[in-house]
Design a binder for this molecule. Structure first.
Ligand SMILES: [Cu+2]
Length: 475
């Protein structure tokens, strides 16, 4: 809590600040009980259409829409917070959106008088349609007429399936899970997998408002980001992967971006957000991925050791010990796989294809000029010259997917910097090149193909370009 006075902290958090201070100083049992009983964020697909959570969410949206345009809690004003301040493709992405949801939830509680309200989440791994409660036409406050997806559209397993989400939640490196280092709030860095794949893909799949930086106009947005938040909580608290201890991250303050339940602007720093899931809300016991750990047992707020783990973080680094350029100034177009070949020395590949070795090989899609349209995803294949939009993701040559968000926003990058994507091709290579079959030089091909965000749609006539394609070796 260094650099933050007690009063700042109280101001930034509202009621839960008092809870935190009392809890951390051994406060009274009633306070601890209130933390234990904090509202439960539930899976929206498990709720009946008339569940009090759904009714409250609708009432809160209607109340926010009815507020004067000058009130920071006004529905459109809330979306403008995202437009004007949201960080993407850097490590502020997760804590910023956590705080955004935290204050939004407080506003919903205040405006409806329901202090038990907790924002539901859309578990797209379990339910690949935009859930039923978001449909029904203009009379429903949860409906948004601009969506590209329909009630029957299905999002692909390639971007939100069980295997993909499991893989992401089991990635121990914070920078690969949560996006890369930046010294500024909106600077472009390297996308972590959670943001590059499920996050960006769901924005593009739903489309309409959701495809833009005004996406919070669609009530789906808040439940989508709640699932992203759920993934971070699962990664950090259930699976015990450490955040970074870099103070460039933890000491960073979001200044005046958000407003509290009374509509007053607030400042909040990253360190403060790290305890929010222990003090202000919790998640139901739905297991994400194949992790069998009991969630509630691990998420007890009065575990000093856990609080310390969350706030201390760990030294996290990600460095290539060797990089090889595959191509420069690449443009990928619909209906034409971009093909890149390279002869790689076997001594470089040997440790990569050795089962269980710690070495990993990444493809870097470096400095991407984000396309304005995001109704398509990119898929990467290795040694599959005939790869196209219909090649199944069960093909052993398939290596991964990523998607785009924010290209419509003129200020999505700062000072001419562009975001990069990483695709871990280690497990694909282990499948394709059995140990002992390496020759002195081994030929490797990389194919990138474009697929529609809505699987049944034709491949949209899109393209995207980037500065460099590289192979990066990590010990
Ligand atoms: Cu988002």
């Amino acid at each position: 809590m260094e650099g933050l006075t007690r009063r700042d902290f109280l101001k930034s958090l509202g009621n839960s600040a008092a809870l935190l201070l009392l809890a951390s100083t051994g406060g009274c049992e009633a306070i601890l009980q209130a933390i234990r009983d904090r509202p439960v964020r539930r899976c929206i697909s498990s709720l009946a259409a008339n569940d009090p959570i759904i009714e409250t969410y609708k009432a809160a949206i209607s109340a926010m829409q009815a507020l004067p345009a000058g009130d920071l809690r006004n529905w459109t004003k809330q979306a403008e917070i995202h437009l004007n301040h949201c960080p993407h493709s850097n490590w502020f992405f997760l804590p910023w959106h956590r705080a955004y949801l935290f204050y939004f939830e407080k506003i919903c509680q205040k405006l409806t008088g329901n202090q038990d309200f907790a924002l539901p989440y859309w578990n797209w791994t379990g339910d690949k349609h935009v859930p039923a409660v978001f449909w029904g036409g203009a009379g429903n406050p949860l409906f948004d007429a601009n969506r590209s997806a329909t009630q029957s559209s299905v999002i692909s397993d390639a971007v939100v399936g069980q295997t993909v989400v499991d893989d992401i939640l089991n990635e121990p490196n914070f920078l690969l899970f949560a996006s890369g280092m930046s010294t500024t709030q909106r600077g472009a860095s390297t996308y972590g997998r959670l943001e590059a794949t499920p996050h960006n893909s769901v924005h593009g799949f739903v489309g309409g408002d959701m495809g833009t930086f005004m996406s919070p106009l669609d009530p789906v947005f808040w439940t989508h980001h709640n699932m992203i938040e759920r993934c971070w909580v699962d990664w950090n608290i259930v699976r015990h992967h450490a955040n970074t201890n870099d103070t460039t991250w933890s000491n960073f303050t979001f200044t005046g971006d958000f407003c509290d339940a009374d509509g007053n602007p607030v400042n909040i720093n990253v360190l403060t957000t790290l305890l929010m899931p222990l003090l202000s809300y919790q998640y139901d016991n739905v297991v994400l991925g194949s992790c069998g750990v009991n969630f509630k047992a691990q998420a007890m707020a009065d575990t000093a050791e856990l609080r310390k783990f969350l706030q201390d973080g760990a030294a996290v680094k990600f460095e290539f010990h060797r990089q090889v350029e595959l191509a420069r100034a690449v443009e990928v177009q619909a209906n034409t796989a971009s093909q890149h070949s390279l002869q790689v020395e076997s001594n470089l590949l040997q440790p990569i294809i050795t089962p269980h070795a710690p070495d990993r090989l990444f493809l870097t899609i470096d400095q991407v000029n984000l396309p304005k349209e995001n109704d398509f995803f990119a898929r990467v294949f290795i040694n599959k010259p005939d790869a196209n939009a219909t090649t199944p993701i069960t093909d052993p040559h398939y290596a991964g997917s990523f998607a785009f968000f924010g290209g419509d926003h003129a200020e999505h990058t700062q000072a001419g910097t562009y975001p990069s994507y990483l695709v871990d091709i280690t497990s694909t290579l282990r499948k394709l090149i059995p140990a002992g079959q390496l020759t002195t030089m081994t030929k490797m091909d990389v194919q990138i193909v474009l697929v529609p965000a809505i699987e049944t749609a034709p491949v949209p006539q899109r393209k995207f370009s980037f500065k460099q394609l590289r192979l990066g070796f990590v010990h």
